[in-house]
Design a protein around this ligand. Structure first.
Ligand SMILES: Cc1cc2nc3c(=O)[nH]c(=O)nc-3n(C[C@H](O)[C@H](O)[C@H](O)COP(=O)(O)OP(=O)(O)OC[C@H]3O[C@@H](n4cnc5c(N)ncnc54)[C@H](O)[C@@H]3O)c2cc1C
Length: 556
């Protein structure tokens, strides 16, 4: 690549003189020489660089294997989303032609972005686009392992759910996998491994280890009592984090798997206010994470809450890995998890064609194959439309007799018009067959009992969700289905807690003072992105009320 990368869709915009002048006020001009490395894949990226003269290549791999992904000339800036989120670099930057760069520390950059919103928008938009392009191009670290290994599947899912640029080298299918293992002197039995730049290797890392290396998870230091702990980083939790942090509360967010929650697995959310063309759940999540980070919320992923108790007027959240975190207020936003389908073959083939989400990652395992989607709600409808973009046939299997009962009209209209989606009403899955992956399904008409074999190479299941509240069973009053009652509903069932306080629980307050439940996990909630976000914002207002009553944790 000899000419600088063109500014496609705003991903590589040249900065103006004024913008460079603003950046100069908090950065340093440095001379750089050909061959000098500005940052390296797999290592923390802590500086924002603007090229003032000369050129800088952003490359993948090293030595003979090096490939130029972008070339930046004067006025162009380097980096991608990870710089704002404190993540490791996924690519390396090497000076191609000597010149000068302006270097700004990442903390100074974050500060600048909130003071200079116009400049902030240019950088943020470019970074979001660059992340999407990186992920789409399969650049970033490599996961090498077998499709049949549960650990490989775990790592792939973790990377995909956390929107981390990566490429999978399939041990059974990709010659690249074999070559790389030979070069590294690693036996196939020792996989899965994660590799950066062909030299930095993590052997079968746990999700937490990978997260720490990438910079997703902050080093957990025992810290002073914070104002707000948000458990769950779906739309409700992220909204609470953004509002909490902007309103000056010291805020920590925990999520067991990835930011974005269920919404993060949605290929397109079409009814969220302000996005007339829809927005992918991943992009919505990414934007919210940058926003929460920018205002100073600390986001820890993966960090699973395993218990909650009251101590000295505060709430203590116990983590599955043994740590604790103490806060004056807790927002529980742990949402819901999909119900599993119970039929012979389903459990054995989970991850091998049976999926509970339909993101780009699941879709790429069955492109161009016929597939089936189980469920009659909006999630099933969205998944069917998404998969039908490439699949020659999508069978939508619905237990009931119509779609109107549980699916939005706009989805039904599109499904009915779609030539490759075939709706089968009164249909249930009786068996999933296949040795190493799904080959076909046995389905039954639940009125006639007639059974039929259906050629489908993947099965996507969307049959409702269970609240993620098992970790709260000893701490909070739950309703009969396990959701968390709040406000007036909890006043009736937990009078012993509220009577001594001489007040009723606040609107979203759960069975303990200062503990709020928002979004899908809350009893009677609407199960929509917008309502979870609204409740997250509202909970912060109520947390202030609670702080007003008990006083801030540091002066109690
Ligand atoms: C495929 C799909 C498509 C959808 N499409 C739409 C749509 O178009 N429009 C719409 O309005 N809604 C849609 N929804 C519904 C919407 O996504 C949910 O209502 C919304 O995500 C609920 O947000 P939440 O924050 O309450 O919880 P969730 O999104 O469920 O997030 C909960 C988070 O908590 C974490 N968690 C759980 N337990 C723990 C624990 N013990 N410790 C730490 N973390 C934990 C989970 O990992 C998760 O990230 C869709 C849902 C799906 C699945």
């Amino acid at each position: 690549m000899r000419t600088p990368t063109a500014d496609v869709y705003g991903a590589y915009p040249p900065l103006t003189d004024d913008q460079i002048a603003v950046l100069r006020s908090c950065g340093q001009v440095q001379p750089v020489c050909e061959g000098e490395q500005l940052f390296r894949a797999g290592e923390p990226s802590e500086e924002f660089f603007v090229v003032l003269s000369g050129t800088v290549a952003v490359v993948e791999g090293h030595g003979d294997q090096e490939q130029v992904v972008q070339l930046h000339g004067p006025r162009s800036f380097l980096g991608e989303l990870g710089l704002l989120e404190g993540q490791t670099a996924f690519l390396s930057a090497v000076v191609r032609t000597s010149g000068e760069v302006l270097a700004v520390g990442s903390a100074a950059l974050r500060d600048l972005l909130s003071r200079e919103p116009a400049l902030g928008d240019v950088i943020l938009r470019a970074y979001l686009l660059r992340r999407t392009m990186l992920a789409g191009a399969g650049t970033g670290f490599r996961i090498i392992g077998s499709a049949f290994s549960p650990d490989t599947r775990r790592l792939l899912e973790f990377a995909a759910r956390n929107r981390l640029p990566h490429r999978w080298a399939d041990l059974e299918k990709d010659t690249e996998a074999e070559e790389l293992l030979m070069r590294l002197g690693i036996a196939p039995e020792e996989t899965p491994i994660v590799v950066w730049n062909d030299y930095r290797v993590l052997r079968d890392p746990s999700n937490a280890e990978l997260a720490r290396v990438i910079g997703l998870r902050a080093e957990t230091a025992e810290q002073a009592v914070c104002d707000l702990v948000v458990v769950g980083a779906g739309p409700g939790g992220l909204a609470a984090a953004v509002y909490g942090a902007t309103e000056g509360l010291s805020t920590v967010v925990l999520d067991a798997v990835a930011t974005g929650g269920q919404a993060g697995t949605s290929s397109r959310i079409e009814n969220y206010l302000g996005f007339p063309a829809g927005i992918s759940g991943m992009e919505l999540a990414e934007r919210a994470v940058v926003q929460a980070n920018r205002f100073g919320a600390r986001i820890d992923v993966p960090a699973e809450a395993a218990g909650l108790e009251r101590r000295d007027g505060n709430s203590v959240v116990r983590l599955a890995d043994g740590g604790t975190i103490t806060a004056a207020n807790v927002v529980v936003a742990t949402g819901a998890r999909y119900r599993r389908l119970t039929a012979p073959g389903v459990e054995r083939l989970e991850g091998l064609g049976v999926h509970y989400a339909a993101t780009v990652w699941e879709a790429r395992t069955c492109r161009l194959d016929p597939v089936a989607v189980v469920g009659g709600g909006n999630s099933a409808g969205q998944a069917a439309l998404f998969l039908a973009r490439e699949s020659p046939a999508v069978h939508l299997l619905v237990r009931g007799g119509d779609l109107e009962h549980s699916m939005s009209r706009y989805l039904i209209d599109r499904i009915e018009r779609h030539p490759r989606i075939h709706v089968r009403l009164h249909t249930e899955v009786r068996e999933v067959t296949g040795e190493d992956r799904v080959e076909s399904l046995v389905v039954e008409n639940n009125r006639t009992r007639e059974q039929q074999e259906l050629a489908a190479r993947a099965l996507f299941v969307f049959i409702g969700a269970r609240p993620a509240t098992s970790w709260l069973a000893d701490a909070l009053t739950l309703d009969r289905r396990g959701f968390i009652p709040t406000g007036q509903d909890v006043a009736q069932v937990a009078a012993d807690i509220w009577d001594p306080l001489a007040r009723a629980p606040l609107a979203l307050e759960a069975g303990l003072p200062g503990v709020f439940a928002v979004g899908d996990v809350r009893s009677g909630s609407v199960k929509r992105v917008a309502s979870a976000v609204g409740e997250g914002a509202m909970a912060v207002r109520l947390a202030h009320e609670h702080l007003g009553e008990v006083g801030p944790p540091d002066i109690r």
